[in-house]
Design a protein around this ligand. Structure first.
Ligand code: FAD
Length: 422
């Protein structure tokens, strides 16, 4: 079985993956006296962290809502976040010399540079002498007796504890390519089918080609099999459909529904700050004050030009565009207001994993102990971060999950090691 750390000091724990969760896990293991080796398939550490928050790294959030985390069993996060929460994360980074700043609840490194986070973690790993082997992809894991054997192309490494911190399969160019799921399967775990999350969604309506580039504050209702998921925020209209933060927040429900071949409809209110009555008054005033304008020209006074034009077309009345506002009938006005306030579009797909920020799905959490993150199927095997079937919403929740799980698993491994010594 090749080199099994023969002749070398026995390694107690191997962390597979030097992403956010793997790095903090390795640090807390070593700080608590557990010898650790990190194996990383990429040639550079921290690629994904550098890309987070548009290079600013939105590393956590002070606001926690029931819907902040999703998965087959979203309540799984509670015990972990109680043990290692936002305050613990802030203290962890401050102890390592990195200050944190807050903006509307969103937490960032004070420098607003993701590189500060990577440098802080890497300097500490170096100071603790944590061995980290790059360009080393773990391809197989077997357990023999009390030890795990991890094989790469050239070597086999052995350890008592293994932490799978391999991430999901979003943005594989930044490292995580879904190979962690294969390793988990080899150790008898099952995987909730991964789908892209925090991702743009595709519509089958060609009108989006005309609307591409528009950003507008909107109320959104995603409708799937009688269920409605709501969001408000800045919607981005693109040539393929819809994007932007409120779409990202809804996207995992849509991508799961596409997988199950369910119909997905998005309802958009393009003027959420106007009630129906306020819009009726707007048309009434236009009829009185600017009778020389066409319906389209009136609408351009409240909506983006391209959007106004599409709304008028969508009513399906060829005369409407050039009709004088004074000639707008009650029925035509009703139809126009309906388009603006409850525009319906079928969603038929999403951008792929490469453009997704996270993965929904992963190692089923009911196969993992919710207090320790240890596998229920293999003693001394732990899962941390995005590899688990938990995905956070936009706003720092995914990195918080990585920090919390990484630190939590390390604490429990250190305790387990102490128990064996006693
Ligand atoms: C563009 C972008 C922006 C984002 N912005 C934010 C943000 O601002 N805030 C936020 O909270 N979240 C953000 N996220 C999500 C967040 O970055 C991830 O959820 C988080 O990094 C997951 O951490 P992880 O440790 O579980 O996995 P990763 O960070 O993905 O790390 C996994 C590591 O394991 C390695 N690996 C995988 N398989 C193997 C193997 N078989 N052998 C060896 N090594 C392996 C990979 O190379 C990688 O280095 C963003 C994601 C993207 C793509």
């Amino acid at each position: 079985m090749g080199n099994q750390n023969n002749g070398k000091k026995k390694i107690e724990a191997i962390v597979v993956g030097a992403g956010a969760s793997g790095l903090v896990c390795a640090i807390r293991l070593k700080e608590q006296g557990v010898s650790v080796l990190v194996l990383e398939k990429e040639n550079k550490i921290g690629k994904k962290i550098l890309a987070t928050g548009n290079g600013k790294c939105n590393l956590s959030n002070l606001v926690y809502e029931e819907d902040s985390y999703r998965g087959s069993e979203p309540s799984f996060v509670q015990s972990i976040l109680k043990q290692v929460g936002v305050e613990d994360t802030v203290s962890f980074f401050q102890r390592l010399g990195m200050e944190i700043t807050e903006e509307k609840g969103y937490l960032y490194p004070n420098t607003k540079q993701a590189a500060t986070v990577v440098d802080t973690l890497m300097k500490h790993c170096e100071a603790l002498n944590i061995p980290m082997i790059k360009e080393t992809k773990v391809e197989n894991i077997v357990k023999k007796g009390e030890r795990f054997f991890l094989s790469t192309k050239d070597e086999t490494y052995a350890a008592t504890y293994v932490v799978l911190a391999c991430g999901g399969c979003a943005s594989s160019k930044l490292g995580s390519d879904g190979s962690g799921y294969g390793l988990a399967k080899k150790l008898n775990h099952t995987i909730c089918t991964p789908t892209p999350a925090l991702v743009g969604l595709h519509s089958d309506d060609k009108c989006f080609k005309e609307l591409a580039g528009i950003r507008i504050k909107a109320d959104l209702s995603l409708k799937i099999s009688g269920k409605i998921y709501k969001q408000y925020g800045e919607l981005q209209l693109t040539n393929y459909g819809v994007s932007g933060v409120p779409i990202f927040q809804l996207s995992r429900y849509a991508t799961k529904a596409f997988l199950e071949k369910k119909k997905v409809t998005l309802e958009i209110n393009f003027l959420p700050h106007y009630s129906k009555e306020a819009l009726e008054l707007f048309f009434k005033n236009a009829k009185e004050n600017v009778p020389y304008k066409t319906v389209l020209e009136v609408l351009e006074g409240v909506l983006n030009k391209k959007l106004a034009s599409v709304m008028v077309k969508k009513v399906g009345d060829a005369n409407l565009k050039n009709l004088k506002i004074t000639k707008l009938s009650k029925n035509q006005q009703e139809a126009l207001i309906k388009q603006i306030r409850s525009f319906q579009t079928n969603l038929v797909g999403s951008n792929d994993f490469e453009q997704a920020q996270v993965t929904a799905g992963g190692v089923y959490t009911n196969e993992v102990k919710e207090t320790t993150l240890e596998s229920k199927r293999q003693k001394n095997l732990y899962f941390v971060g995005e590899i688990l079937d938990i995905d956070g919403t936009c706003g720092g929740y995914n990195l918080q999950w990585a920090w919390s799980t990484g630190i939590c698993a390390a604490n429990h491994i250190a305790k387990a090691k102490e128990r064996i010594k006693q």
